[in-house]
Design a protein around this ligand. Structure first.
Ligand code: GLP
Length: 235
């Protein structure tokens, strides 16, 4: 594991964007696994800046997102499809047809999950970007008795609903279930890049990367990945 501690969120975002853009430069037709949440916002802004400056070309890149709330369609402002369109895709020269987010409104959720795993297998993820939840979740893989391998529907923990309620009008508006890529998909990525910032994440980051590997702390499985970079900034 390559654990990088930086001083500011700005530095974290610049480093993460440099790693991602480096990947695109090395393999212009690469597949990026992408994440939502507040942590990657700075990274996405830097990626857009580099694209605007002509330093990186996303025209051949494909993206596969980690997760989506069940029941929200892509026009809902809190859906992860909307988040990605607004915070990254519309700001870079990617072909929107090459961007994939699970369909939270699929009538057959099981079929959607199977199709998503087939997509991950067929395309193969070159680099997976991750944030980390306060309970150690990655994507929406919540603490559990075992690591769930496949893309699946998950009931969100109350702490996750609470944490994500800041984006909704009220806590009651936060969906209680989501579709998430499983640990198999995440671990299949050739490289994994996890970013975390803020004092509040310090404890969970320490436990996840320097403590025991356990499904009770889903991110801890990443210790077993052979190309993991973690960037942490306390500020
Ligand atoms: C959500 C997402 C995760 C993300 C987490 C942390 O639950 N499903 O992928 O890592 O939030 O978000 P933040 O970066 O805002 O702390």
């Amino acid at each position: 594991m390559n654990f990088i501690k930086v001083n500011t969120y700005e530095e974290l975002s610049a480093k993460a964007a440099a790693i991602i853009c480096g990947q695109v430069a090395m393999k212009p037709e690469c597949v990026l696994g992408l994440a939502t949440g507040s942590s990657p916002l700075g990274t996405y802004a830097k990626m857009a800046e580099k694209n605007e400056a002509g330093e990186v070309d996303f025209s051949k890149v494909k993206t596969i997102n980690l997760d989506e709330y069940v029941g929200l369609d892509g026009n809902h402002e809190q859906s992860y499809r909307y988040f990605m369109n607004n915070n990254l895709f519309k700001n870079i020269n990617i072909d929107i047809e090459n961007t994939y987010v699970p369909n939270g409104c699929a009538t057959d959720v099981e079929a959607e999950c199977l199709a998503y795993d087939k997509l991950i297998k067929d395309l193969g993820i070159d680099l997976q970007l991750l944030g980390i939840g306060y309970d150690g979740h990655i994507g929406f893989n919540e603490p559990d008795k075992y690591f769930e391998k496949a893309t699946h529907k998950v009931a969100l923990d109350s702490s996750t609903i609470e944490a994500n309620s800041r984006f909704f009008a009220s806590r009651d508006d936060v969906p209680t279930t989501a579709i998430t890529m499983g640990m198999g998909g995440i671990m299949s990525a050739k490289k994994v890049l996890l970013i975390a910032n803020g004092k509040g994440k310090r404890d969970i980051v320490e436990k996840a990367f320097f403590g025991p590997i356990t499904p009770e702390l889903p991110a801890s499985i990443l210790q077993l990945h052979n190309d993991l970079t973690v960037i942490y900034s306390e500020n």
